[in-house]
Design a protein around this ligand. Structure first.
Ligand code: ADP
Ligand code: ADP
Length: 225
């Protein structure tokens, strides 16, 4: 399931310099693609546009060949993880993971089975009845991944998912994400400003600068030149 972004432009106010200017790139199916660049480069805006959380002024977004530019969030088949977990604080881990399934009116038995499967996938089988406040930062973020993956998205969209964690946990979760990606094979788009993270994790890198694509390719190619 590839993601194709075509000539995407987004301005937040008329006459202002666009946050994203004429951006085109492809995220290959089954790979981890990183959008890399300094703060303000337009990375989050692109990710949010793919998720359906921002409306582009110009351009198209294709997911698995389908033009999603005008589709509502829930019809796009995307799972999203943000920097600050955004788990529902009054819900248990299980309820958090089930959220998108309940929204989609999946039957209770199927929801329970899927939640069990996701808890196993993130290796937190014992913690399903806890609330987010009873988890460590790293555990919370794994729950956020489980919630995003529970709907079996075509694409997983990650916006600085480890940004709020301390260095040690961040490194642990980086390795964990690679294992998770090997298990699910889900096409993944990761936003980061951390060059080392991009190099280590991804098979494809899109370097952003001032709202434009500066370079794109395999990590070894974009860093050699
Ligand atoms: P990055 O993710 O690379 O840090 P962003 O996509 O968040 O960059 O931001 C790109 C530019 O768009 C920045 O100049 C930012 O201030 C601006 N911007 C982002 N979101 C909004 C918004 N909701 N309203 C106005 N300006 C915004
Ligand atoms: P295999 O065909 O190797 O058995 P599966 O397709 O069963 O692999 O996937 C392995 C694990 O990854 C399972 O736990 C499955 O639930 C999970 N998984 C696979 N695809 C997705 C997806 N798109 N979203 C979330 N989890 C997934």
């Amino acid at each position: 399931m590839s993601v194709i972004v075509e000539k995407l432009t987004k301005r937040f106010s008329a006459g202002a310099t666009p946050a994203v200017s004429d951006v085109s790139f492809q995220a290959p199916p089954g790979a981890i693609t990183t959008l890399l660049g300094p703060s303000g480069a337009g990375k989050s805006t692109i990710l949010r546009a793919i998720a359906g959380l921002e409306t582009p002024d110009e351009g198209r977004i294709l997911i698995d060949g389908v033009d999603c530019t005008d589709l509502p969030v829930q019809k796009r088949g995307v799972g999203v993880v943000f920097q600050s977990y955004a788990l529902f604080r009054h819900m248990t881990v299980r309820e958090n993971i089930a959220f998108g399934l309940n929204v989609r009116r999946m039957s209770r038995g199927d929801v329970n089975a899927r939640v069990d499967e996701m808890l196993k996938l993130i290796q937190l089988e014992e913690l399903g009845r806890r609330t987010p406040s009873q988890l460590s930062g790293g555990q919370r973020q794994r729950v956020a991944f489980a919630r995003a993956l529970a709907i079996r998205p075509k694409v997983l969209l990650l916006d600085e998912p480890f940004g709020a964690l301390d260095t040690r946990v961040r490194e642990e979760l980086r390795e964990w994400l690679q294992e998770l990606h090997e298990l699910t094979g889900v096409t993944t788009l990761l936003v980061t400003h951390d060059q080392e993270e991009a190099l280590e994790i991804s098979q494809h890198v899109v370097i952003m600068s001032e709202g434009r694509v500066a370079q794109a390719g395999k990590p070894e190619d974009v860093y050699d030149s």
